[in-house]
Design a binder for this molecule. Structure first.
Ligand SMILES: [Zn+2]
Length: 138
């Protein structure tokens, strides 16, 4: 019998728009959408620039360095595959290049996380095809 805890981990649903991002994370690189018209970096991937509505978009490689902008200690995960005994940290990380990206903080206890904590990107292979971006304390 299948229970809710046997559900597979959710994977992205809009692969056309996000394919370059997932290919980069698989290579161990963090790339962010970039507007060739107004030079705005933004996240999440969209079909038009959120600043000038241009469709002339590309991708820029990020350093992978940033800091915790805000966070919460999630004790009841939204999906069973994300549940752990001590919960996890869901954070908004502001990259050194400016854009903010939602992510998880790994490699430390939830009580150790604080606003402005310096972090660097790590990559978590969750399936053969998908690698999640997470961050760890520097
Ligand atoms: Zn733009």
């Amino acid at each position: 019998m299948t229970s809710a805890y046997d559900k597979p981990i959710p994977i992205p649903s809009n692969e056309v728009l996000t394919k370059p991002f997932w290919e980069a994370t698989k290579r161990g690189e963090l790339i962010i959408p970039y507007c060739n018209s107004c030079s705005t970096l933004f996240f999440y991937p969209r079909e038009v620039c959120p600043n000038c509505f241009s469709k002339d978009l590309g991708w820029k490689k990020m350093s992978g360095k940033g800091h915790v902008y805000t966070y919460t200690h999630v004790r009841q995960a939204v999906h069973p595959s994300f549940q752990s005994a001590n919960g996890h940290i869901y954070a908004i990380v502001q990259l050194d290049e400016g854009p903010k990206i939602p992510s998880g903080i790994s490699g430390c206890e939830p009580e150790e996380v604080y606003v402005d904590m310096p972090v660097s990107v790590v990559f978590d292979d969750i399936t053969e095809d998908y690698t999640l971006v997470k961050f760890q304390k520097c």
